[in-house]
Design a protein around this ligand. Sequence first.
Ligand SMILES: [Zn+2]
Length: 117
Amino acid sequence: MHELSIVKDIFQTLEDAYPDTYKDIVKIEIQAGLLSNIQPILIQNAFEAYVEEFKEYQDVELEVTILPIIAYCKSCNKNFEVQLHRFVCECGNPSDKIIQGEELKISKVTFNKKNHE
Ligand SMILES: [Zn+2]
């Protein structure tokens, strides 16, 4: 299952990044580009299944933001938003240089502050 492995990767990344404090994480925000084929509802479902299995994460919340596709037009020397998968700039020139839209990244992690005060 594609989404479950993504969720596992997210937690693995956080455990590596915050070995002493990852159990205090209360919220994870991720950004997924439209081209990454991430379905927010499927990610949420996989996330629910994961935290159900690993009780130390049962209070963690996940927020998924989908990012639009941005491509670069070298004729205009500017970026434009790709609508409906048409990689064509408003000037009419096609572009295959994708600036944003393929990534999947953790944009923000919130810790339970009470345990740190
Ligand atoms: Zn252009």
